[in-house]
Design a protein around this ligand. Structure first.
Ligand code: PGA
Length: 253
C-alpha cells in the first residue's frame, strides 16, 4: 500500500539543545492536532540521531532518518558514518542522493547506487532524491535527467528491494530558493516517475511507491501540492526547522 510520508530534512542545522526543543515541539503539536495517517520522519544530523530518537514516541507515526551514509561497509574512512552504524542507532530511513550531496560532495550515480545498497542491506529504507537543475528544465531535459538518475542508481534493485525505496522529486531550482514547482509541474514529473517504475517493476510496485515532492514546500503551498494524485508526501528543508510550519504541513495533508 502506498504510504504518505512527510520528512523533515534538517540539513546542517541545530545544536543539541535546539534539536531537543524542535523535536519535542513537533511531537506535541502533531500528537495534539493531527488526525491523518501521514508518517513523519525527522532526518537529523548524525550527532543528534540518538537524542532525537529518544524523544520520539514509539508507534506508527514518528520515524528517524539520517541524511547520508558511506558507500563502504567499514574501515579507514575518517569522518564517515556507515549504514551499519545507523542501523545500530535504530535509524529507519536514510536520504540518499540529495542534490547538495551530488553538487558539493561530487556524489555520482555509481556511488549513490552503492549507498542505496548499503542502506537496504542493513535493513533500513531509502529516501532517494532526484531532480533537474534550472538549465535542464529550461532546455526541456528534465525527464531525461530524472530517468537517468533513477536508472543508474536504483534500477539495479530487485522488486523486493525497491519496495524499501521512497523517491523524492526535488527540482534543484526550487530547493531553498523560495521558488516552488507548480502543482502541475510536480504532478507531471511525479506521474512520469511512476510510469518509469511501472515499466521497470510493474504497475503494482509503481502504485505502491511513495513519491515525495521537495523544494520550498511550506504551509502556504503544501496542501495544493499534496492534493496531486502522484504527490505522496514531502521532503521539507527550511520549513522543517520551524515546528509550527512543519506541523501545519503534516496537518494539511
Ligand atoms: P527546502 O529544502 O524545503 O528548504 O527547499 C528541501 C530539501 O532540500 O530537501
Amino acid at each position: 500500500m502506498r504510504r504518505k510520508i512527510i520528512a523533515g530534512n534538517w540539513k546542517m542545522n541545530t545544536t543539541k539543545e535546539e534539536a531537543q526543543i524542535l523535536t519535542s515541539e513537533v511531537v506535541n503539536i502533531i500528537n495534539d492536532e493531527v488526525n491523518n495517517d501521514a508518517l513523519v520522519v525527522l532526518c537529523t544530523p548524525f550527532v543528534h540521531l540518538s537524542t532525537v530518537k529518544s524523544l520520539l514516541p514509539s508507534g506508527k507515526r514518528f520515524f528517524i532518518g539520517a541524511q547520508n551514509c558511506s558507500q563502504h561497509d567499514a574501515g579507514a574512512y575518517t569522518g564517515e558514518v556507515s549504514a551499519a552504524m545507523l542501523k545500530s542507532f535504530g535509524v529507519d530511513f536514510v536520504i540518499i542522493g540529495h542534490s547538495e550531496r551530488r553538487e558539493y560532495f561530487k556524489e555520482d550515480h555509481q556511488m549513490l547506487a552503492q549507498k542505496v545498497d548499503q542502506v537496504l542491506k542493513n535493513g533500513m529504507e531509502v529516501i532517494f532524491c532526484c531532480g533537474e537543475v534550472l538549465d535542464e528544465r529550461e532546455s526541456g531535459k528534465q525527464n531525461e535527467v530524472v530517468a537517468t538518475q533513477l536508472k543508474e542508481s536504483l534500477f539495479h534493485l530487485s522488486a523486493e528491494e525497491f519496495a524499501k525505496v521512497v523517491i523524492a522529486y526535488e527540482p534543484v531550482w526550487a530547493i531553498g530558493t523560495g521558488k516552488t514547482a507548480s502543482s502541475e509541474q510536480a504532478q507531471e514529473m511525479q506521474a512520469y516517475i511512476r510510469s518509469l517504475v511501472a515499466e521497470k517493476y510493474g504497475s503494482q510496485v509503481a502504485d505502491d511507491t511513495t513519491i515525495q515532492y521537495g523544494g520550498s514546500m511550506k504551509p502556504g503551498n503544501a496542501q495544493e501540492l499534496l492534493a496531486q494524485p502522484d504527490v505522496d508526501g514531502g521532503l521539507i528543508g527550511g520549513a522543517s526547522l520551524k515546528s509550527r510550519d512543519f506541523a501545519e504541513i503534516v496537518k494539511g495533508y
